[in-house]
Design a protein around this ligand. Structure first.
Ligand SMILES: CC(C)(COP(=O)(O)OP(=O)(O)OC[C@H]1O[C@@H](n2cnc3c(N)ncnc32)[C@H](O)[C@@H]1OP(=O)(O)O)[C@@H](O)C(=O)NCCC(=O)NCCS
Length: 309
């Protein structure tokens, strides 16, 4: 198909189910091509709440490409938090790849960042797709760090191995927006930006729990745990707390009934990786954090999702 038959326009909420389906199918096509196992996903009746949230905060940063029949064949979604632009998604239907459509969509999304004065540019992509790595490097975002997707599944009739918590902390689940300032000040140090938008989302969405931790009276950090087993992000006020925060949050998820758990660990977080492996987590996939510069301190920060570092 010729690109002349393709139209690019802003994403609407009604596009999000098709956009997410394109993301899943395209990622599976890439995995199959690389001889990897594919992931199965149910047919959606509603768009994932994270995508709805992102489109709400950044309606001008997201684009779809469709053909003359209206079939969605490309999707880009980007976010701006303070002076950082982050690419959450860029996917082109396999039948239309390598014709320039991906770069067109990326250009539109980056223009949104430039128009708004962004100074830092970042994303996470598949380590096994040289084409994607090439496109982003060309645009000034070279590979910076590996990220390990670490997961474990509970076998039937078995229980998960327990994690040892080196520094015992007090933990509280919070729902009140009065904590937002404390959370964003932790983010500023560990993630190098404040992102109240995400905290409003995590605090209000029933699938996410925000846990806050103290060492005596001292704020030690926070963790977000979702009902499907994701522990992300984990943010510490000091390096000595990071492992304990994660261990507490993982154990809390187990107590909530998690049968599956997943997190995204930065390559240099050796102590964290060793602790997780000891507890039966395995490395499912390596992805790459690509950026114009570093945007987090790995001594303090275990990332949120890959679409949302
Ligand atoms: C990555 C993706 C979005 C790119 O979109 P696309 O439309 O296929 O790519 P384009 O045709 O616009 O551009 C590809 C560019 O990479 C270059 N390229 C491809 N492989 C390369 C390699 N191994 N080394 C160097 N350059 C390479 C091409 O030459 C081209 O650049 P050019 O136009 O200057 O010649 C698309 O292929 C895709 O959806 N892939 C699967 C999902 C994915 O990996 N998404 C990224 C997740 S963040």
């Amino acid at each position: 198909m010729n690109l002349k038959a393709i139209t690019i326009r802003r994403t609407r909420q009604a596009d999000l189910i098709d956009a997410f389906t394109l993301v899943m199918n395209t990622a599976n096509h890439l995995r199959r091509h690389r001889g990897m196992s594919t992931t199965r996903s149910k047919k959606l009746r509603q768009p994932p709440s994270l995508l709805v949230h992102m489109l709400k905060t950044d309606p001008e940063g997201s684009f779809v490409a469709h053909d003359r029949k209206g079939k969605l064949v490309g999707f880009a979604m980007s976010l701006i938090r303070e002076d950082e632009w982050f690419l959450a998604f860029l996917f082109v239907d396999p039948t239309l790849q390598s014709k320039g459509l991906g770069q067109k969509l990326l250009d539109k999304a980056m223009r949104y960042g430039k128009k708004n004065g962004c100074k830092r540019w970042a994303l996470v992509t598949f380590s096994y797709n040289p084409q994607a790595i090439a496109v982003y490097t060309k645009m000034g975002m070279p590979p910076q760090r590996p990220l390990l997707t670490m997961e474990r599944k509970r076998a039937k009739g078995k229980s998960f191995k327990k994690l040892r918590v080196p520094i015992k902390l007090t933990m509280k689940k919070i729902t009140d927006e009065k904590y937002i300032n404390r959370l964003t000040s932790l983010d500023r140090r560990a993630r190098q930006l404040a992102r109240p938008e995400e905290h409003f989302f995590w605090l209000s969405d029933e699938n996410y729990d925000t846990l806050i931790f103290h060492d005596g009276k001292k704020l030690a950090g926070y963790a977000v745990v979702n009902s499907r087993g994701m522990v992300a992000p984990v943010v510490a006020s000091e390096p000595k707390y990071l492992v304990s925060l994660l261990a507490h949050a993982v154990e809390w998820g187990v107590a909530q009934g998690h049968k599956y758990q997943i997190m995204f660990v930065q390559g240099e977080q050796l102590e964290v990786i060793r602790m997780l492996m000891k507890a039966g987590f395995h490395i499912d996939e390596t992805t790459l954090f690509m950026a114009s510069e570093q945007v987090s301190d790995p001594k303090l920060y275990i990332p949120a999702t890959l679409a949302h570092f």
